[in-house]
Design a protein. Structure first.
Length: 123
């Protein structure tokens, strides 16, 4: 067998593609695959750096808001503590006054009883 006797292999197109054909219906546009994406168009167009910059800004704003909120909460807590301390002190003062009054009454009663026992008064 000669090498010259083998015929050349020519590829045969299997089917006509839409790229090669031209529609005779000029009012119809060519169909294309549906693009399905949950990402919004505005987000697709932005670059990664832009998105990262925006995220950094948002994080810094959140951090600042958190700091302000914590500061406000600390101030509220401090004021509550001061009020609580004042109430405790007032309660303690009131309790001591009551105790003092009670002790004073007991002392006066004791003195009256003692005075009644003396020979000079009872005679």
């Amino acid at each position: 067998m000669d090498s010259s006797s083998t015929p050349e292999i020519v590829p045969v197109p299997l089917r006509a593609s839409s790229n090669g054909r031209v529609s005779a219906k000029s009012w119809k546009h060519l169909k294309s695959a549906t693009v399905r994406s949950l990402v919004s168009a505005g987000r697709k167009s932005k670059s990664w750096d832009d998105r990262m910059e925006k995220a950094k800004k948002a994080m810094s704003i959140k951090k600042l808001e958190k700091e302000l909120k914590d500061e406000k909460q600390a101030e509220l807590t401090r004021r509550k503590e001061i009020t609580l301390e004042r109430r405790k002190a007032a309660e303690e003062r009131r309790r001591l006054e009551e105790e003092k009054a009670k002790m004073s009454a007991r002392k006066a009663a004791r003195l009256r009883r003692k005075a009644g026992r003396s020979k000079k008064i009872n005679g």
